[in-house]
Design a protein around this ligand. Structure first.
Ligand code: AKG
Ligand code: FE2
Length: 509
């Protein structure tokens, strides 16, 4: 079975190995002509690799293991000789605050033992001190009399959202790790064996006859034929001369593939959807408030160039958003839109986030960003000053969606690929009106820009074809400022695994 957790950590480890390769190459170049060059080359590069792979792993508290059984100085739980923690105590042991891991890494287990050793027992490795009384002190059923009965009738699974809010204790929903445990048998929306997103989704769309390609010229000919000619004979007359796809589907670009659907929604359906009273727009700024409007900056060192994210705190020009939840999600127009998307991507709507409706007024835009939520973005590299090098690791974060607290992301590693819902593999974006001027969706790495048109949609991958757990940098995108008029659009973010039940459980961040 594919192990995504292991995969993501390996990615970070891989980037460290890349640093080794860079430094090997660099030192080879510098020292190859010197008498002692080869000696220095080997010593310095080895030192760098040990630093890069092992030492910084510990300081980040991100990479714990490379591969099963192969470790880089992993903390040993049994180092405290005076206490023994039973397996049962360990299983029940919980961090009662989301920042426990962070605090523990800052030395708070020793500095503030009265709180930490009891309420952050997991992070402090003091599980034997955490009694049930402490564990459940801030978690109880609201409806003390009814909850046990409802839970015994299976309502924790059937009516999860309500039960999560009202019957936490009876449902064993108090702690994230109980409520959001990943089922080993969860089914991916797109096959993992082998991973081939472009083939499974994009090529399948283009070769799917139910999406209505037909053979235009001969179809016209066939129409002219006299009535009564058998359907078999008619079929013979169809030759593949020109394919016309339902919804006006065509590739805008092939690698990575971006499809456009020129006539995805009828005017009537758009009006029906947009004119509903459900949409209450709020400035798009909540999740990742500090973090969601990064722009690029380049840092040039003498030898290596890195692209870093810098924070642009200008929130004034952001679009407004409205989530299509509850009544909006159940509405007929929404249902029709979601059905059409399901028909195209052949992934069930359970894997879709609720539609997010966007509104941009004149001057508003959405900076370059990526829809893949990796929460934590580690920029790791080395800057070289003569023969001294400084290894650095910066933490940054991606934007909208699942996460709101950078520390939480760093310390619990709660990124979407680690959640029940898995990563956002696809974005389906629909334009809900004609914009008088501006408002294009730009893909700067692909030198591509798509003009809004009422009812038109575009579909792009957020991950490479053969690895659904990393983001594809090529699909960074931005909404250009609206210059005249107003712009409405709606996002459907499609996950590898089912999203909606996970959302009801409060397991999507
Ligand atoms: O408005 C657009 O064109 C794109 C919006 C977008 O990328 C987003 O909401 O994530
Ligand atoms: Fe986006």
């Amino acid at each position: 079975m594919f192990n995504k957790n292991h995969n993501s950590k390996e990615e970070i480890f891989k980037s460290k190995k890349d640093n080794c390769s860079i430094s090997f190459l660099f030192f080879l170049k510098v020292f190859k002509k010197m008498t002692f060059g080869r000696f220095f080359y080997i010593i310095i590069t080895l030192l760098f690799c040990v630093w890069s792979v092992c030492v910084t792993s510990n300081s980040e508290n991100v990479v714990e293991t490379k591969k099963d059984g192969e470790t880089c100085d992993v903390k040993d739980d049994s180092t405290n000789p005076t206490v023994t923690t039973t397996t049962e105590q360990k299983d029940k042991c919980r961090n009662l605050h989301k920042d426990c891991a962070f605090w523990a890494s800052e030395g708070e287990c020793d500095n503030n033992p009265d709180y930490m050793k009891y309420r952050c027992a997991k992070a402090c490795n003091t599980c034997e001190l955490q009694t049930d009384e402490i564990r459940f002190e801030s978690c109880d059923d609201d409806l003390v009399d009814d909850c046990p009965l409802l839970a015994s009738k299976g309502d924790c699974d059937k009516n999860t959202h309500w039960m999560r809010l009202n019957c936490q204790k009876s449902c064993n929903f108090c702690f994230y790790e109980d409520r959001c445990r990943i089922h080993l048998k969860r089914t991916p929306g797109v096959s993992l064996e082998p991973m081939n997103l472009y083939g499974h989704v994009f090529d399948s769309i283009m070769s799917n006859e139910t999406l209505g390609f037909f053979f235009k010229k001969n179809a016209d000919k066939a129409k002219k034929k006299k009535k009564g000619s058998g359907s078999r004979r008619k079929k013979k007359n169809y030759k593949r001369i020109e394919c016309v796809y339902k919804y006006g589907i065509e590739y805008i670009t092939r690698n990575p593939p971006i499809l456009s659907f020129d006539r995805f929604l009828s005017e009537e359906l758009v009006d029906n959807f947009l004119n509903k009273p459900f949409h209450h727009f709020e400035r798009s700024a909540d999740a990742g408030e500090l973090l969601d409007n990064f722009t690029y900056a380049q840092i040039y060192s003498i030898y290596i160039t890195y692209t870093l994210y810098v924070i642009n705190n200008d929130n004034n020009n952001k679009s407004s958003q409205s989530w299509c939840e509850k009544d909006c999600d159940k509405d007929d127009a929404t249902d029709k839109i979601l059905s059409q998307m399901e028909e195209i991507v052949r992934i069930p709507r359970e894997n879709f986030e609720q539609l997010q409706v966007l509104q941009y007024e004149v001057g508003q835009y959405y900076n370059t960003h990526h829809d893949f939520i990796d929460g934590l973005y580690v920029v790791h590299g080395s800057l070289l000053f003569f023969v001294l090098f400084v290894d650095f690791t910066l933490f940054s974060s991606n934007d909208d969606g699942c996460q709101s607290n950078m520390m939480k992301q760093i310390n619990t590693n709660e990124v979407q690929w680690d959640m029940i819902c898995g990563p956002r593999i696809l974005t389906f974006f629909i334009y809900l009106n004609d914009v008088e001027e501006g408002g294009e969706t730009a893909f700067p790495h692909l030198s591509l820009s798509v003009k809004p048109k009422k009812g038109k949609a575009i579909l792009w991958p957020n991950v490479p074809s053969h690895d659904y757990f990393v983001r594809d940098d090529d699909t960074h995108h931005a909404a250009q400022p609206v210059l005249k008029g107003v712009k409405y659009g709606t996002n459907a973010w499609i996950h590898l695994y089912e999203f909606r039940d996970a959302w009801e459980r409060g397991c999507t961040g």
